[in-house]
Design a protein around this ligand. Sequence first.
Ligand code: NDP
Ligand code: BG6
Length: 514
Amino acid sequence: MDNSSSRHPFLAGLSKHRGAPPTIVVIFGASGDLTARKLIPAIYNLACDNLLPSDFHLVGFGRSKVPDEEFRKLAEEAITQFSRRPYQEEIWKRVAERTFYEAGGYDEGEAFVRLRERIESIEKSLGNPVQSLFYVSTPPSVFRPILEGLGSSGLAKRHRGTDRASKVIIEKPFGRDLASAQELNRVVASVFEEKQVFRIDHYLGKETVQDLLVQRFANTIFEPIWNRRYVDCVQITVAEDLGVGTRGGYYEQSGAMRDMIQNHTMQLLALTAMEPPVSLDPESVRDEKVKVLKAIRPLDLSLEEGDVVRGQYAEGLIGGKKVPGYTQEQGVKEESTTETYTALRLKISNWRWEGVPFYLRSGKRMARRVSEIAIQFKRPPGHLFAESDLIQVSPNTLAFQIQPDEGSTVLLNSKIPGLETRVQPVKMHFRYKTTFGSNTPEAYERLVLDAMIGDGTLFIRGDETEASWKLVTPVHEWWNSLGIRGMETYAAGSWGPLAAERLLWKNKHQWRRP
Ligand code: NDP
Ligand code: BG6
């Protein structure tokens, strides 16, 4: 019997993850926001599930001078504040005993030598080779020196060719345009082999995003209609009600296109539109994603009829409370031309999708926090129900709710009981919470564990990120040439600028109100 599928970690589930080799996780940027809110809680929850390797160690690295004991205390506070499970001392104690901190500059060769010595001394105490997993969780400006430091110190090459070879997780954004992403890929390739590299996009670690693969390819009912003959349009929404908060400085360099569209929303599109992969091994899945990203036509960049809309939030109401506009946020320039909202109309030029618009939108300070992928089907042909004004046949829609209230919904037309024939759209719901309970793992738990066992299925390959930058870089060049021209505004708490509605009217579509 061919049991190759049962060996594949994506299929095998968390039980196979118990095979992670002894590992030292080193977090660069350990005093940062992501470390506190996501990475430490993820490690804690893996400990709760007994999924950390028995010889697991954690080393924080950063410029701040933090004694080991203080770092352990900070980690404990982070768990108390951000973990999905309550803090339990006896669980964290076992990890805390093996948690250390190394202070140093990200471009300081000596610091990387000290880090190497620290890793070697842990390894010596264990009497076994350990793999090192380096998590680069700093602002992107220092990705390059960190990678170079890992190269020059020899840390990247430790145990290469064995199952204890070093690995690196690199945070997003991976580059800020096509040229810088290509350059970063060159630096990565000069230090690591591709199989050691894990470019993270945490959306791929979300349960619902993985379920998209399962729902598409473990059911036969979707495939026959998953194409241009039946699908009228696809709408992908990643909306947040939060503003930029304390991250104004970062966001000014980024904007919605770099922060959300180039990575998270494009990944959702790729998984929705790709062909079935020949298997679920990392290369097969990523080959299909790259193919579909390459099939997207260049965007029409013109102000009135083009494929792109950008906007900035003005003050407004969120949950009944007045919130400031983007340019009044901390760390944001008054004359900022950074977009907090982007909507795109994409055309995929291949046999499956020719002629089907894919609408993508993402924004901060929108009406509510919701991410979903909606497949809207064509209306039925003929006029069986068109005689009466009372009858409104809505397009069937299959919507995957990525968050919150995770699940999926099918919208169907149904007869309202009564002697007249009246039709009403009704919804069939599947809800994770109802079916499976609510305590699902956070994306970073899955992804840190996958990297520890060396499974790259839910990570981005170098050519994938370049294909996505190739699409969005001309937009940034165009926006730079426009300055503030064409920047729409929208009230905080709304569904975005009116221009984004017009983007869909051309094809007689309208945005859903998820
Ligand atoms: P932070 O701004 O909190 O920075 C992390 C750490 O990096 C800081 O604590 C600091 O540590 C060091 N650092 C900060 N600025 C600089 C600088 N200019 N030069 C050198 N070192 C610096 O970042 P986040 O934790 O928010 O994000 C880390 C990475 O994760 C980024 O790439 C971000 O895009 C990505 N990300 C973040 C998310 C989030 O919600 N925060 C979500 C998804 C991705 P020290 O001074 O001690 O060295
Ligand atoms: C990050 C962005 O990648 O994703 C943030 O940098 C954004 O700006 C976040 O808020 C959203 O992630 P999630 O998981 O809360 O939808």
